[in-house]
Design a protein. Structure first.
Lengths: 835, 226
């Protein structure tokens, strides 16, 4: 019945409505066929049935509306509860920090007989004279108030909800089912609509709602923190409890609620018997999650965790130990505090482990924090403050992205419906420009939801080549996106894991980690079409990776990929790499002065297939020292190489005499570091040198035709070599990456500098321009890659990506020629792919 | 700070254009000053570059070094350098599926390739490649070795089986491609280092170490046998 109601927006031909409609059609047929035989009773009967039907539908809608409102209230309640939980945790962390400070002070005092700087001893939120008492006493008090506060708020929420729910408590279960069904129906419909209507599904609305709830919560906090008397709280709680019992809101329901919150938080709900053994759930409702978390934590400890997470976790556990020990040694009465403390920390650990993989940036931040702390025994807690706020952020993200995913989409659907009936159609018939269609489709690939909450809208654009991109290749871009969706569907793992990020990311996120090299990865290149890439490493090998062959990684946001083929032939590190435009061959240059030409095996090859000597097709020998740069022409089968023997060479691989030409300059210019074709002029090439000079050569004559003013514009002449030179794919612009942290742009016709910018915190090692020529990707030894808008020359995104080995970090970056992938290669023997 | 000064003065980088003779030719960094998560690898590689023949020194860990990580990083280095031996075997065409149809050292054993679902009698060259590829995957596995700064006890146990398998590459080369082996060993001292390594950390039973490379007595025996 109600199910029909949901569909009735599109037409009431189902269920009760079908009779009436059928009648109409029949009569119309009669119209056409013979003379209609209208009779008064017939008409009256028809009108009556119609009226009855409309009434019925109306009442159904009303019921539905009430249900949805209830649902909203429920979700808002859940949200508030989670907010409180988070605040509670943060408060506990602060307490622990404080306790540790105290412990340090005590230690300091015992050791040196003097007090530490008294400012440090200030308790974080409250002040009491007796330091020890402050440390020991307030935590339970504070915690209790916090717990109770949240509990009370819970009850308030529940009371609100009861206004809707009490009348329907009996057929509650049915409603739940109905609601979920409604949600599904609606979602289905939304999906259908979205396929054709490109407007972003009401992120604004949702955003507004969210802010409102935030404000609300904040306001409430202000209120509650103002009145934090314990007695008051207890009183209020009692009252509410009474009220709840009066209206039949039993503890069981509250239990169900809290269990649901926990499950939403991703905590593993245990068997219910633990609950039964304990005191009334209302009282120890806060403690139960703790127990669970401890359990969950130990589980996680046994599993393999990412390196950084582990170190983080260790750090956290140190904290626990200190705190717990402090408590035990100080007073027995505080023992009751321990479970709570542990609980808080356990919950925190859960957050750490869950969020660890979240964003590469934050992750490596942690680790660097950790390292710093390790290095200096006098670690400052202010460092941790940052750490905590990061974790909070991550937790928020995580929670938004993962936990409430289905409910949130349901909420959104409901909002769209309830807020104003007109909203929905309006949203669905927005402008139909391809970029937005793309975004929607993308959104669809990840679960739809309140995309971009709290993020500037459109900040995700670069990834899908937002509106700018689409102006260049509208239809094509859409085609690729469609392909992306298919890919996601084909790989359920990918789909699942990527969805929470898809919804909230503004730009690129690490998705695949390519681990298998033993030493720094010097170069990488994508296959022109397939989601396949090649890496070249200092471990003397190249590896072929198929991004569709992933190893399912446990509770990590990024997937591990194992190589499908390992190319061995170089004696010494492999330094450069280029893949032919057909994707059938690749070329690698090594320290051994050779250039190897490989036939790329099928990307679905068995990694442990038998040895095929034909993979190594040819070896180009002419250079006498390390081959540092390779560049391949997209249409001609021409290859450029530059070597530390001082020469740049042009090859035509696969022919009898492959070496076509050699380009040299005065020895004072140093040796070439990087080389590229001038994409706008097929007869020219550009090469940069250790002396920071850059020349454009004519390939026919082998002569320099232009000197770019790279050297004139460098402040620190001499030490400022150019690490990479690339040419814009469509415009006559050369871009250089400098050791002095700059990226510079030059006009190929005049040689004049167009723009210069300090792009990184350390030397810039690598550059890549996206196939449309709109975005620039740069990698640096400052461990980060940055994405730049070539139009505005502004940084769109920075991702911390790799660790340092000696003073090197990132060696290469790349764009996939067609698919939305970018990749970075690092000295830490890893390559990462971002989507 | 001290560290900051050190990095400010010497930047240890192989920039594009570096000649092969200048590769990694920077001043040594003391282990204490290495603040990278890859410090152990840096330390080992630095020692190797200093003098590849001083295998005892290369195998001497810095003070207070966690043994699990030390073993792990060394094994990574071994597998990496064994690529060189594999390339030699492969490029010389001396070891191809026709000449060495099975992975053998002495006549006593035929080694089955463990890279497959059911261990397979791969030709020696395939055994070599598969073993190295498999070792690369295992040693880089996020499951067993998620971190390069601390290693779980359960994962340290995996190192022994990797050692056992890669050692067969040495023994095959020694017993079937002796000239090649000697050439490689003279350059890298890898087998000697490896033998000392597994002996020192008890990663392989002694009687499995069939290449007589350690100690005069053993070596003499080896010579006479050969």
């Amino acid at each position: 019945m109600i199910e029909d109601g949901s569909g009735s927006q599109h037409g009431g031909q189902l269920g009760p409505g079908s009779g009436g409609l059928g009648m109409v059609t029949k009569q119309q047929q009669d119209d056409v066929g013979q003379r209609p035989q209208y009779s008064m009773p017939g008409i009256l009967h028809f009108l009556q049935t119609e009226w009855a039907r409309f009434e019925m539908e109306r009442s159904q809608w009303e019921v539905e509306r009430a249900e949805l409102q209830a649902r909203i209230a429920f979700l808002q309640g859940e949200r508030k509860g989670q907010e409180n939980l988070k605040q509670d945790l943060v408060r506990r962390i602060k307490m622990l920090e404080f306790a540790l400070k105290q412990e340090r002070a005590k230690y300091h005092k015992l050791k040196y007989g003097t007090d530490l700087n008294p400012e440090d001893l200030k308790p974080p939120v409250f002040d009491k004279k007796d330091v020890l008492r402050v440390r020991m006493k307030p935590p339970p008090l504070k915690k209790k108030t916090a717990a109770e506060r949240s509990r009370q708020r819970w009850e308030t929420i529940k009371a609100d909800e009861d206004r809707y729910e009490s009348q329907k408590l009996k057929d509650r279960e049915r409603n739940q089912r109905t609601v979920s069904y409604l949600y599904q129906m609606r979602r289905q419909r939304d999906l259908n609509n979205r396929t054709f209507s490109p407007e972003e599904p009401s992120p604004v609305t949702l955003f507004r709602v969210r802010t409102e709830t935030d404000d609300q919560v904040d306001g409430e906090q202000a209120l509650t923190s103002a009145a934090n008397s314990n007695a008051q709280w207890r009183q209020g709680r009692q009252l509410l409890r009474q009220y709840l019992q009066e209206i039949g809101y039993t503890d069981t329901i509250i239990d169900v609620r809290s269990a649901r919150v926990r499950s939403l938080l991703g905590l593993q709900p245990m068997a219910g018997d633990a609950e039964n053994e304990n005191q009334p759930a209302l009282v120890n409702g806060e403690q139960q999650p703790g127990k669970r978390d401890v359990q969950g934590k130990s589980d996680e400890n046994e599993d393999g965790m990412a390196a950084d997470d582990e170190s983080d976790e260790r750090l956290e556990r140190k904290g626990v130990k200190i705190k717990v020990m402090g408590n035990e040694s100080m007073a027995g009465e505080d023992m009751m505090d321990d479970p709570e403390t542990e609980e808080a920390l356990a919950e925190f650990d859960f957050l750490v482990s869950e969020s660890g993989e979240g964003a590469g940036e934050a992750r490596s931040h942690h680790s660097s924090d950790w390292e710093k702390k390790d290095a200096s025994s006098n670690a400052d807690w202010s460092v941790d403050q940052r750490h905590i706020s990061e974790l909070k952020e991550q937790y928020k993200k995580e929670r938004k992205g993962k936990k409430t995913r289905p409910t949130r989409s349901a909420l959104q659907a409901m909002l769209a419906n309830l807020g104003s009936e007109d909203d929905l159609p309006e949203l669905q018939t927005g402008s139909s420009s391809p970029p937005q269609a793309g975004e929607n489709e993308e959104l669809e690939a990840g679960v739809q939801g309140g995309g971009g909450l709290g993020f500037p809208p459109g900040s995700r654009k670069p990834m899908l080549g937002g509106s700018d991109d689409e102006e260049f290749d509208g239809a094509l871009g859409l085609g690729e996106l469609a392909g992306l969706t298919v890919t996601n569907e084909a790989d359920p793992t990918t789909y699942d894991i990527s969805t929470p990020k898809e919804v909230f990311r503004k730009t690129w996120n690490a998705k695949y980690t390519l681990r298998s090299h033993f030493d720094g990865v010097r170069a990488l290149a994508f296959h022109p079409v397939e989601p396949v890439l090649l890496t070249a490493s200092e471990d003397n090998t190249l590896k072929l990776w198929n991004l569709q062959k992933t190893v399912p990684a446990k509770k990590a946001a990024s997937l591990d990929v194992e190589p499908v083929y390992t190319f061995r032939a170089h004696v010494g590190p492999v330094l450069s790499l280029a893949v032919s435009a057909t994707g059938e061959q690749c070329f690698s240059g090594g320290m051994d002065a050779t250039i190897r030409c490989w036939n790329i095996p099928n990307s679905n090859i068995d990694p442990y297939d038998s040895f095929d000597p034909s993979v190594l097709q040819d070896t180009l020998v002419a250079h006498t020292d390390a081959v540092w740069g390779l560049s391949i022409h997209s249409s001609k089968m021409h290859l450029l190489s530059c070597s530390s023997d001082g020469t740049v060479r042009l090859w035509s691989p696969g022919t009898k005499s492959p070496l076509l030409n050699t380009f040299t300059v005065d020895s004072e210019t140093g040796v070439p570091t990087s080389v590229d074709f001038v994409r706008c002029d097929p007869s020219q090439l550009v090469a940069s040198y250790t002396s920071s000079n850059t020349y454009i050569f004519d390939m026919e004559t082998g002569k320099e035709v232009l000197t770019l003013e790279t050297r004139q514009n460098c402040d620190l002449s001499g030490s400022n070599q150019i690490n990479r030179v690339i040419n814009h794919p469509t415009m006559p612009i050369t871009i250089t990456a400098h050791e002095d942290r700059h990226i510079r742009f030059f006009d190929n016709n005049t040689g004049k500098m167009i723009h210069s910018m300090v792009a990184h915190l350390d030397s810039v090692t690598s550059l890549a321009v996206d196939p449309n020529g709109l975005y620039l990707l740069s990698g640096s030894h400052d461990c980060s890659i940055r994405l730049w808008n070539l139009d505005s020359k502004t940084c769109v995104q920075e991702i911390t990506s790799h660790r340092k080995k000696f003073d090197e970090s990132i060696h290469d970056v790349a764009f996939h020629p067609q698919k939305p992938y970018i990749a970075s290669a690092g000295a830490d023997a890893l390559a990462k792919v971002f989507v | 700070m001290k560290m900051a000064n050190a990095t400010a003065t010497i930047v240890r980088r192989n920039r594009p254009g570096t000649k092969s003779k200048d590769w990694c030719s920077w001043q040594d960094e003391s282990f204490e000053e290495m603040d990278s998560t890859l410090a152990v690898q840096q330390f080992i590689q630095q020692a190797i570059r200093k003098d590849v023949s001083k295998v005892e020194e290369i195998l001497t860990p810095p003070e207070g070094q966690d043994e699990g990580v030390w073993k792990y990083e060394h094994l990574r280095q071994f597998c990496m350098e064994l690529n060189g031996l594999a390339v030699k075997l492969q490029a010389s065409s001396e070891c191809n599926p026709d000449t060495c149809t099975q992975m053998t050292a002495t006549e006593q054993w035929i080694f089955l390739c463990a890279a497959h679902k059911t261990p397979k009698e791969c030709p020696a060259i395939d055994y070599t490649r598969h073993t190295l590829d498999g070792a690369a995957c295992l040693l880089n596995s996020n499951k067993y070795f998620p971190s390069r700064v601390s290693i779980k006890e359960s994962s340290v146990a995996k190192l022994g089986s990797v050692c056992r398998r890669v050692y067969r590459i040495f023994s095959h080369a020694y017993f079937h491609h002796r000239a090649l082996f000697d050439e490689y060993e003279n350059e890298t001292h890898l087998c000697r280092r490896f033998t000392l390594f597994v002996t020192k950390y008890n990663l392989m039973p002694r009687d499995n170490l069939i290449v007589p490379i350690l100690g005069d007595q053993q070596a003499a025996e080896g010579e006479s046998e050969a």
